[in-house]
Design a protein around this ligand. Structure first.
Ligand code: DSN
Length: 432
């Protein structure tokens, strides 16, 4: 029985429409996924009621004995998953995780290098409309026009010229492995910290199908809901904690000895108050799931599906940034297909496939129109789809792009997709 159905039919019907949308369409947004029913249950559980400002064993509120257990388990599992010495599971989101990491290592006005948003970076990597670009002197590096990969000649030049205090690597639309070792080499040359934002590939890193940043980065941030397949949230990790004696991390308090203590205090009380304990407990479930062998199979299949999808797109004369993918992300420049990213997003939406329009490197269109789309395989792989379905999906995408003004054709594709989706249910226990 649903309590929402009885107490708030209006919201119940909205919820059911969303369940039906998720079940009956193909989710191809690279940053989305479907959590397990266990994670959904915990995220909707009673721990939402608990105030627990502080950290396990050091809270500002009574009655924290059980949420302490959940947070300790989340931290321990996260450390085991990424083989790291320090973990903070409290950031409410990836942006909060990045804000805390930057505020730990930097003072306002410090110089930082980050990947340009329109070349695959992220808002929190120095965009002027974001706190990062407003508080710090971010200098953007780019991908090379020829290879679509990070232009390390430029990164080296910028590092030499601007002497950044920190370099951020990673992004939201970068189809290739993040080059942690190369970034660390640049950082060492100029005495900069290296921060790796692995929000996108963290599930692949956990499963060992993407290189790990832990031995190269001073600090690592991620979301928990993309390839990692947990509840929506953020995390901060350090492969190895180090003493605050490097002379560059400014002590926020005389009592702080290690950098991990600085990160903890920057998250809370620095930028957040009460942690979302229901979400932290749900993160613990997700990390537990990711430690199991099935998760590795899922991560391998996610990348295989993306590589196969990329090959099929290339056969159909699509222009893929960097010529393919190493991960779950494919970034397509649609300029040779006479359609904008915005038109493609709308057309695919009518056909029952969800993607997002995306700037491509050197894009001449605005972020509201764009020349590209970003496509990802984590969610369809979680549903159990493999090569056979991927082949159909690419043909449907191609048809929807070629027939973007033909509503009858798009509706026919949607019917076929609805029928495929019925064979790959996500949450049968929620069906009405
Ligand atoms: N919005 C996320 C994404 O789609 O990649 C990044 O924060």
């Amino acid at each position: 029985m649903s309590y929402i159905e009885t107490t708030d039919p209006e919201l119940f019907s909205i919820l059911n429409r969303e369940i039906n949308r998720e079940e009956s369409t193909l989710e191809l947004i690279a940053s989305e996924n479907f959590t397990s029913p266990a994670i959904l249950e915990m995220a909707g559980g009673v721990m939402t009621n608990k105030y627990a400002e502080g950290y396990p064993g050091k809270r500002y509120y009574g009655g924290c004995e059980h949420v302490d257990e959940a947070e300790e388990l989340a931290r321990d599992r996260l450390k085991a998953l990424f083989n790291c010495q320090y973990a903070n599971v409290q950031p409410h989101s990836g942006s909060q995780a990045n804000m805390a990491a930057l505020m730990t290592f930097l003072e306002p006005g410090d110089t930082v290098l980050g990947l340009d948003l329109s070349h695959g970076g992220h808002l929190t990597h120095g965009s002027l409309v974001n706190f990062s670009g407003q508080l710090y002197n971010f200098i953007s590096y780019h991908v090379s026009q020829e290879s679509g990969r990070v232009d390390f000649d430029e990164v080296n030049q910028l590092a030499k010229k601007h002497k950044p205090k920190l370099i951020v690597c990673g992004g939201s639309a970068y189809p290739r492995f993040i080059e942690f070792a190369q970034f660390r080499e640049v950082a060492d040359k100029v005495g900069a910290f290296l921060m790796a934002d692995i929000a996108h590939p963290s599930g692949l890193v956990a499963a060992g199908v993407h290189p790990s940043p832990m031995n190269y980065s001073h600090v690592v941030t991620s979301t928990t809901h993309k390839t990692l397949r947990g509840p929506r949230g953020g995390i901060i990790m350090m492969g190895k904690d180090f003493e605050n004696t490097w002379g560059k991390v400014v002590p926020k308090s005389g009592r702080v000895k290690n950098v991990s203590e600085l990160v903890d205090s920057t998250v809370m009380p620095g930028i957040q108050g009460g942690p979302l304990m229901h979400i932290i407990a749900a993160k613990a479930i997700a990390f537990g799931e990711a430690l199991k062998p099935d998760f590795k199979k899922y991560a391998i299949q996610t990348v295989e599906n993306a590589k196969y999808m990329a090959d099929l797109f290339l056969e159909l004369d699509y222009n893929l940034i960097s010529g393919g993918t190493d991960t779950h992300v494919i970034l397509i420049n649609l300029s040779n297909k006479n359609i904008t990213g915005k038109q493609a997003e709308i057309s695919l939406g009518h056909a029952g496939m969800t993607v997002n329009k995306n700037m491509v490197p050197f894009d001449e269109r605005s972020p509201f129109i764009t020349s590209g789309i970003r496509v990802g395989t984590p969610a369809v792989t979680t549903r159990g789809m493999g090569k056979h379905e991927i082949k159909n999906i690419v043909h449907w995408i191609d048809d929807a792009i070629n027939s973007f003004d033909n509503i009858a054709k798009l509706t026919k594709i949607k019917t076929e997709i609805n029928s495929l989706c019925e064979s790959f249910p996500i949450y049968p226990h929620l069906a009405h």
